[in-house]
Write a protein that binds this ligand. Structure first.
Ligand SMILES: Nc1ncnc2c1ncn2[C@@H]1O[C@H](COP(=O)(O)OP(=O)(O)OP(=O)(O)O)[C@@H](O)[C@H]1O
Ligand SMILES: [Mg+2]
Length: 304
């Protein structure tokens, strides 16, 4: 039986939402109160967070940043189609077991069996690793929408009791509730049961102010003015009816390129010739080029 009180976390990691927000910023992650509030609650309630949203909006980075800010070890389970128990939980090291059996020829089978089903022969995968870790852990289950429904059920089981039962060894019970982040690009609906178990966080594109702050923090050598212009132009592009809107990663790529090119202020021509860094479809690039004239002149207007 689990000895953990799963209804709440006895020793909270954060004292307030504002503290979460400030600490995240300290490690270079810019959150709004909504986002910081969910992280705060996840800790208080001992619940996993399901982070959903378009590509490049900071889902994966959030888990990494929470680990960095709390000094916890980040354990990542990268999901993919075909991921199964042996890669998510644990598997036995057959090669090593076989070798041992060969070496111990002559010994009684019972003795050999006891030997080869011990921890020495166990290959721990991320979920078991997170459950059995003695130190604080942030568990990132990345792109959970890629696994089959059976594997999702397995995840749910682990996230419900924070324990793993290994028939040959017994049950491993977590000594602490890890902070868990599951991310999803929404390629398929997740089960109701999993959603019910989690706090839900939808990440969208940031406000101009937040994106400017991200650019300033992540692009060395950029000026306030250029960062502001970049954030505004990207925002205006996102208002267009595009196949794929530019993500924060693409904003950063674009800003880094502008700095490398020694550009101080973006005019229409510069924007047009670097659009391929922000947009990845030809039709999007064409549409955006048309709209750029208006966007760049508006962004350059003093006092906006
Ligand atoms: N709030 C933020 N503060 C600072 N940097 C951010 C923030 N959000 C995103 N970024 C930056 O954007 C990049 C992309 O974020 P991330 O890889 O977490 O996106 P994602 O949502 O996981 O995308 P995908 O769905 O493609 O996996 C990060 O490397 C980070 O530099
Ligand atoms: Mg990601």
């Amino acid at each position: 039986m689990s000895s953990l009180d799963l209804s709440s976390n006895a020793e909270p990691r954060f004292s307030s939402v504002a503290e979460v927000r400030r600490d995240l910023e300290r490690v270079g992650y810019f959150a709004d109160d909504g986002l910081a509030g969910v992280v705060y609650l996840a800790d208080r309630l001992g619940k996993p967070v399901l982070v959903e949203g378009p590509a490049g909006t900071g889902k994966t980075e959030l888990a990494k940043s929470v680990a960095a800010m709390t000094g916890a070890r980040l354990i990542r389970l990268q999901c993919y189609e075909g991921l199964d128990e042996s890669k998510a939980l644990y598997e036995w090291n057959y090669k090593k077991q076989l070798l041992r059996i060969q070496v111990e020829q002559g010994a009684g089978w019972e003795e050999v069996e006891e030997n080869i089903f011990s921890e020495d022969f166990l290959l721990t995968r991320p979920l078991l690793e997170a459950i059995s870790a003695p130190e604080p852990v942030v568990l990132l289950i990345d792109e959970v929408d890629r696994v089959e429904i059976e594997t999702e059920a397995l995840l749910l089981e682990v996230l419900s009791d924070y324990q793993v039962s290994i028939p040959e060894l017994g049950t491993v019970v977590a000594s602490q509730i890890p902070l868990v982040f599951l991310t999803s690009n929404n390629t398929r609906e997740l089960s109701e049961a999993l959603k019910r178990r989690c706090l839900f966080l939808h990440l969208d594109y940031p406000s101009v102010e937040r994106e400017r702050a991200i650019v300033l923090a992540k692009v060395p050598g950029i000026t306030d003015q250029l960062a502001d212009q970049v954030a505004r132009i990207v925002r205006s592009l996102r208002a267009l009816d595009l196949k794929k809107h530019p993500s924060i990663s693409e904003t950063l790529d674009w800003a880094r390129t502008l700095v490398l090119l020694g550009i101080e202020s973006v005019d229409e021509e510069t924007a047009r010739s670097t659009l391929h860094l922000l947009l990845k479809y030809r039709s999007d690039i064409e549409l955006a080029a048309k709209e750029l004239a208006a966007a760049t002149s508006a962004a350059a207007e003093p006092g906006r």
